[in-house]
Design a protein around this ligand. Structure first.
Ligand code: ATP
Ligand code: MG
Length: 415
């Protein structure tokens, strides 16, 4: 690399090898599980008008006030690289008339952009899988969405991660709680961290989320949402928790879990590694792998009709860290031609093999004597070598994979 080779942008990643396999495994498993729950696939734009996020998430949230990649395009519009999926999906729901599909279960995945301090598990371009149920007011939707998240983690083989669940109540409960929090924290304002003093004005719920030492002593005795829940909100939350129990989803109550964005109502949740678990070790400080909640107020903030909805997103990189390195799969077969006269015969064979659904590597270049050595260096179940007038098939292991490969080769008359 010369000095004038451009460097990658800070906080971006070039994902390759076993890391890329783990990443792909997360996405493939998500694709499989979302089909089990019959979520429909959507592909969303990577950028939107800035107001889509500013109006949905709230101007005072960290994401909008500090983390967005916004720019003016050549036509003078203010655009933003999406920092999350939900706002863009809500915009699409309204602009495309997707109301006709309600209740709409949607799944998507892709890159997101946030101007954050890069560190392990925290990037400026990262990736999420995302699931939303739009146009469903009943607690059963929350249960289904959470059951899917729980099954996904299980199918990824991730252990030691637990669902932390809270309710923020309906608008009325949330406002009463908010007022009580302002009263409570105002009394000790001078002792709070600078961040929390600022939150007190703009976003007092967020103080409960603080990791600052100076705020900690005041968190345990802060007013609890349960004391402010309206009857409706209490009944709703009970239906969610009993539904989770019936679905076999493990959860714990997290009274101070609030989530950063303004649009949440009722259910709010995060999947967090258990203290001291291998998962907690693997993730370090960036502990939340999946988060979401109910956002009944969001569509209205975009000028649409009141539309109940619930969703979650999970960081693919963080899930991949918990999955761990995954080896790249061995080839079913390596076809090696030891004479150049055999290249076309070899090409014919390898095409037939791939068309039959076996994975194959073709080696037909470089020093003739070295080609077989090269073939043995590729991880594979079998090697088919072709030289003038001779074809040799060698199996390199035993078991189901070899039997599958052998059966296919037999049907192709290549055994
Ligand atoms: P955090 O508290 O870690 O900043 P968040 O509340 O900002 O997370 P959400 O907006 O809820 O995160 O996004 C859902 C998930 O996306 C997170 O749980 C995490 O797995 C992942 N995530 C969020 N920001 C990043 C990032 N900068 N880099 C990598 N993954 C991220
Ligand atoms: Mg964040």
């Amino acid at each position: 690399m010369s000095k004038n080779t451009p460097k990658a942008i800070r906080g971006t990643q070039d994902i390759f090898g076993p890391d890329a396999e783990a990443f792909a495994f997360v996405v493939e498993t998500f694709e499989r599980v979302r089909k089990l729950y019959r979520f429909r696939r959507a592909e969303m734009p990577v950028f939107e008008k800035t107001e889509v996020f500013a109006r949905s998430l709230g101007e005072t949230t960290d994401v909008v006030s500090k983390e967005m990649y916004s720019f003016e395009d050549r036509g003078g519009d203010s655009l933003t690289l999406r920092p999350e999926f939900t706002a863009g999906i809500a915009r699409a729901y309204l602009t495309n008339g997707w109301q006709q599909h309600a209740p709409l279960k949607l799944a998507t995945h892709g890159p997101l952009f946030r101007y954050e301090r890069p560190q392990k598990g925290r990037y400026r371009q990262f990736h999420q899988i995302d699931a939303e149920i739009i146009g469903a007011a009943e607690p059963q939707a929350d249960v289904e969405l959470l059951a899917m998240a729980d099954q996904l983690l299980k199918e990824l083989g991730i252990e030691g991660v637990t669902l932390h669940l809270n309710t923020l109540g309906d608008r009325e409960s949330r406002e009463a709680w908010r007022a009580a929090l302002i009263d409570y924290f105002s009394a000790v304002k001078g002792e709070l961290s600078e961040d929390s003093q600022e939150r007190l004005e703009k976003n007092p719920l967020r103080i409960l989320d603080s990791k600052d030492r100076r705020d900690r002593p005041f968190l345990a005795d802060a007013p609890k949402i349960d004391d402010f829940l309206s009857e409706d909100a209490r009944v709703f939350f009970e239906a969610v928790t009993s539904g989770l129990d019936a679905a076999g989803v493990n959860w714990i109550r997290a009274e101070s879990l609030v989530r950063g964005l303004d649009y949440y109502r009722h259910t709010a949740f995060e999947f967090i590694p258990d203290e001291g678990s291998a998962a907690a070790e693997a993730l370090g400080a960036q502990s939340t792998v999946l988060g979401g909640g109910r956002y009944d107020g969001l569509m209205e903030s975009l000028g649409g009709p009141a539309t109940p909805a619930v969703g979650w997103a999970a960081g693919i990189e963080r899930l991949a860290m918990l999955v761990g390195d995954r080896p790249e799969a061995a080839a079913d077969i390596v076809v090696v031609v030891e004479d150049d006269e055999m290249i076309e015969v070899g090409q014919e064979a390898v095409s037939a093999i791939r068309n039959a659904g076996l994975s194959a590597e073709f080696i037909a270049s470089g020093g003739k004597k070295k080609r077989y050595d090269k073939a043995t260096k590729v991880g594979s179940h079998a090697i088919l070598s072709m030289s003038d007038g001779e074809r040799r098939l060698r199996f390199r292991s035993e078991g189901a994979d070899c039997e599958r490969v052998a059966a296919q080769l037999k049907s192709l008359n290549l055994d």
